[in-house]
Design a protein. Sequence first.
Length: 574
Amino acid sequence: MNILLIYPYPLYDRSEAHEEDISVVPIGIYYVAAVLKKHRHEVEVLNWHNIYKNPQRIVETLLEKKPEVIGFSILNANRWGGIEIARIAKKINPKVKIVFGGIAATFLWKHFLAHFPEIDFVVIGEGEYAFLNLVKLIEKGHFNNLKDIKGIAFREGARIRKTKAAPFIRNLDELPIPAEYFDYQHVVSSRGCPGKCTFCGSPKFWGHKVRFRSPENFVHELELLRSKGISFFYFSDDTFTINKKRVIEICQRILEKGLKITWFAISRADYINEEILYWMRKAGCIQISYGVESGSEKIRGLLGKPLRTDHIKQAFALTHGYGILARAYFIYGSPEETWETIQETIDLIKEIKPFVCISYILEIYPGTQLYSDFQKRFSVTDDTWLRKIEGICYFESDPDLSQDLILAFGERLRGEIYANLHLFADSLDLVDKKEFFEMHADFCSRLGMTFSHGDYSKIEAIKGKEKAAAKLFKKSLDYFPDHRAYLGLGILKQNEGEFRGAVNILLEGVRHFPSSEELNICLGINHINLGEYREALGVLLKFKDSPQASYHIARCHRALGNREKETGFLEKNV
């Protein structure tokens, strides 16, 4: 059959902030697609998270592809996008079958089928084989046998029916590896999480048992993707470091295979130790995200995440010590949140010194314990999601909290984070192990660029950006010659008008990286700034075919009175 699997757009535009939270196709779609392809169906995966910017493409694509079945990956945030696309598809071809799946569809299956006639079926829970079996019946037209498929819901006349739950796939290695058919960067080595966070739908979706792919199977997937030129990955497991022995085996296999990759991971502060971090860094891990949630142990307990503060402190110190960026996620506006608990969060931030701090207002979503409690307290049904909202802010259900107070909490948190970020660079304490020195240099220079040229450089509220960047670049070069550090330090000195200092540091960089166009051009520019045109030419002529170098070569010829050569270089590159 001809099948489209679509990841639709969210209700709210995220182009200005946190677009990464909604822009990536969930890996589950690729697994469903791989299973379908293995059974010889024509399948295409469409990432339509931002197609609302060019809506005519929806009609054009559906007319061109002529799908017989369209499956949608539905989160709470993109459910209305899925509904809108489904309506368009039904207008174009009333016979096309629309299937909703994913976490929001799993928890709102009855809601979707009761209120949206354009939705024909819902796949509930783990969807690979339920979707495949449904497609087989659609292809044969045997709709009387729908009740025999486990893990789906559908209409039967005026009734809405849900079949028996599909059993979880016990051996994840039996699934085809999506990399055999598709390219992607978000990979996952396990399913499930042992946590019981009240704000998260994972416990109810996956159950509390964690299932693992074998290290061989997972690293083979990385090999397949690396052979296609993909070298950076997001390890998207809910908690990658649950099983210490397995994590180390994965890292050792990455090293044995000689895979030159870098990757991000997600962990909990109480599932990390020095040995795990040693191997993760050696195998290419450069960032770990930790859900800290609050500086208050009491609030963490109320959120179902009873992390000890000393575990959090240790996790961040060890992670940064091995040259891995530790990202801290915080939630504010939680039950019993006060100015005192916000201050506890600020105090913890100052202790753990995260270079990246991301904070969200606590929201309530279907499938979470918070949602169940909310429904009981206010006799709310799933019809509340007929409203065009992505989530329900917790403070709306708590008389002790208000929107103005929550906004003030957020403003205070951001202000304190921005006011202290530049100080964190001073306290960076990396492990004194020579085998990590080159990696330490890379870590420090990446951090430096964040302050000098990256996201932080654009935020006026962050103090001392240039000084923090300079310290990090110098720290980088104390460990090992690093291209990024030489370039960053040279540009900072250039911007400050210290052209001779820029020349000196860039000359050192060029000695280590003689073929670097960026370093040589920056060096040439600073020679020009000093009026040293012949020295600049000596550097820039090595890259005379570069448009940027040619522009500065022409400047040198003009200054030296070589009008004919200046004209020639300009004409060649205009």
